[in-house]
Design a protein around this ligand. Sequence first.
Ligand SMILES: CC(C)(COP(=O)(O)OP(=O)(O)OC[C@H]1O[C@@H](n2cnc3c(N)ncnc32)[C@H](O)[C@@H]1OP(=O)(O)O)[C@@H](O)C(=O)NCCC(=O)NCCS
Length: 168
Amino acid sequence: MKLNSDRLIIVPFQQSDKMDWFRIDSNPLVRKFLPGKLPTRQQAYDYIDKSIKSYSSNGFGRYAVRSRQNGNLIGMCGFLMEDYGIDFGYRYLPKYWGKGIGFEAARTVLDFGFTAIGDENIFALTLVSNVASVRIIEKLDFSFVEKVSFESHDNVLKYVIQRPSHSR
Ligand SMILES: CC(C)(COP(=O)(O)OP(=O)(O)OC[C@H]1O[C@@H](n2cnc3c(N)ncnc32)[C@H](O)[C@@H]1OP(=O)(O)O)[C@@H](O)C(=O)NCCC(=O)NCCS
């Protein structure tokens, strides 16, 4: 798969993305609203391996989001099988925040997901304090399900969406 939007190219992760992904995912600002400690290099590398495996086992995964301008990895957006179902998530380097890139990638990847995933529920979890993420989820028309506790965080908002009828 290869998705294009105005400013982005979205493709499956490759082994060669591991170092750049570690740099993004171990940034304390990027992790501010995410559970757990900063990932070790090995944990960041394992995340890429897990995604690559998921492409063949599930037909979807987390994807590499690249700048169209220079091809650099700027973050990720995509799907992951969790114990509560298919999770939709995204993370970007802080220098790209606040420019509409989070929404641009999310819209593009979610539309692709409706085709790849079919009619299954897709969930999105975010801390209530992560205002930009809440805004992206609501602009994508996810429906609020409930407030949950997740990995030591209270006040996690759980949302769900299914492929809309016009995408079938
Ligand atoms: C959350 C994240 C993906 C948002 O990406 P982004 O590119 O900054 O988001 P966008 O620029 O597309 O903005 C989306 C919406 O949020 C709003 N927004 C962005 N930053 C905001 C902020 N700091 N405060 C309030 N609103 C904000 C935008 O105005 C926009 O809403 P609008 O269309 O009504 O104007 C990005 O901040 C990030 O990678 N954070 C670290 C990882 C993370 O927290 N991931 C989500 C875990 S649930």
